[in-house]
Design a protein around this ligand. Structure first.
Ligand SMILES: Cc1ncc(COP(=O)(O)O)c(C=O)c1O
Length: 436
């Protein structure tokens, strides 16, 4: 099947005249015509040419309950009629803050922001101010938003990235200030981290990580690894920050910290917490968050706790919390069924492929390696990423939308029929690829 793209192509031509690069985010740049969506509902998207797609991008993760979940649509519509922006305190944000503190194991206080990058920024400032230390340690391959202090070494060119056990910071873009206060470590290597933390002893305010590395291959921490990271932070007096912008509410009602049983000092949430509306949150131990409470650390924002977003968060979190068995039972069952189906399809086609991740989010790679061989960014970089881009295009042609680098997000709206359809489309897409 080849899609008709006439209306999409026309829009793209006009878009390139008025939008820089024809898109509003670099993540939407593609070699050809980007997806121009007309509408979305449940597990589906429809493009402006009328083609339907089973959607595993889900707005880059937020639509955990599917697109337009009725309870969220209803809550948002009711709030719009009562006021779109207050920039003042209101009752619903207090209720949502209370629920977050009951759902998230390490949360004793929260502050709201609008998007994930902002909440990360707040966490880093708080960590530096609280510890009176300058440096942040981040891991190669981890993404913490597009702001200057952390857009380093996400997917760096390997010839610039330095030794595997002590990577050097590689800027993610032209125009970034030098990364003087950033230490880069390889993921899943406790020996390397031990050495780096000793080398920068007394200087590291915080270690920040995606507790399950979703931006580079849905890579879970090796057994004991995050316990080791926690212990090193405690030994050196550094805070541990979990960036749960993807894992939060996706791996479970208490995020990756509950799923993995490790308590960070601070964590940040966004995406899935508000059913698709833009709400993020910084959460943490009271003894750290008190530096915001007292005004020592500045934190502000016109749109913080914007009532429409908070209404969406309240409706979403009520479902995730009160219907947790059903929600997470469905999410894991569908995710694991799809993973098994894709694995089987690849094996039948004789295509060397690894499918791994927790289930509600997972990754497909073209590689001859077996589990758990993809442990960090450098392993990920050795997989055939160009072939994954071809597979993404072949899947779109067959009505399936995954994240182009091979990441899949599940929602509770995906049905068994969607999974069957997707596995059949995947087999067909694999068969259509040029011999590799
Ligand atoms: C782990 C992680 N942190 C932070 C961000 C930044 O969030 P936002 O795009 O909402 O600013 C993202 C976005 O994809 C993310 O995946």
């Amino acid at each position: 099947m080849t899609r008709t793209l006439d209306a999409s192509t026309d829009l793209h031509t006009t878009a390139k005249r008025y939008l820089a690069g024809g898109v509003s985010s670099d993540a939407r740049r593609t070699a050809g015509v980007p997806l121009f969506v007309d509408r979305a509902a449940g597990s589906r998207l429809w493009d402006v040419d009328g083609t339907a797609y089973v959607d595993y991008v889900l707005g880059q993760g937020p639509a955990l309950l599917g697109h337009c979940p009725p309870a969220v649509v209803e809550a948002v519509s009711a709030q719009v009629a009562r006021g779109i922006v207050y920039s003042a305190q209101h009752a619903a944000e207090v209720r949502v803050a209370e629920r977050l503190c009951t759902m998230i194991p390490s949360a004793e206080r929260v502050r709201f922001n609008t998007v994930g990058s902002e909440a990360v920024h707040a966490a880093l400032r708080l960590a530096r101010g609280h510890t009176c230390r300058p440096k942040i340690l981040k891991f190669e391959g981890h993404y913490h938003g597009w702001l200057d202090p952390v857009l380093h070494s996400v997917h760096p060119a390997l010839d610039l990235a330095g030794p595997a056990d002590a990577p050097v910071p590689v800027p993610g873009t032209a125009g970034q200030p030098p990364a003087a206060d950033l230490v880069i470590a390889p993921w899943n290597d406790l020996d390397a981290l031990t050495v780096l933390m000793a080398r920068h002893a007394g200087e590291i305010a915080a270690v920040i990580c995606e507790p399950v590395l979703c931006n580079t291959g849905a890579i879970e921490p090796l057994p004991g690894y995050l316990q080791g990271v926690r212990e090193l932070c405690d030994r050196h007096g550094s805070l541990l920050i979990f960036d749960e912008i993807i894992t939060g509410f996706r791996l479970g009602p208490g995020g990756a910290q509950e799923y993995l049983g490790i308590a960070p000092d601070l964590s940040v949430f966004g995406k899935a917490m508000a059913g698709g509306m833009q709400v993020s949150a910084l959460a943490g131990r009271a003894s750290v968050m008190d530096d915001i409470s007292t005004g020592k650390i500045a934190h502000a924002g016109t749109f913080n706790s914007q009532p429409v977003g908070i209404a969406a968060a309240e409706a979403t979190l009520r479902i995730l919390d009160e219907q947790r068995e059903e929600v997470y039972g469905t999410l894991y069952a569908r995710g694991r069924a799809l993973m098994a189906g894709l694995r089987e399809a690849a094996a039948k086609a004789g295509v060397p492929m690894l499918v791994h991740g927790p289930g509600p989010v997972f990754q497909t790679y073209f590689t001859r390696e077996r589990e758990p061989s993809v442990r960090n960014y450098r392993d990920f970089a050795a997989t055939d990423r160009a072939r994954m881009t071809l597979l993404h295009a072949a899947l779109l042609d067959r009505g399936v939308n995954m994240v182009p680098r091979g990441l899949w997000f599940l929602s509770t709206a995906h049905t068994e029929a969607d999974i069957e359809f997707t596995v059949a489309a995947f087999s067909d897409a694999l068969a259509s690829l040029p011999l590799g």
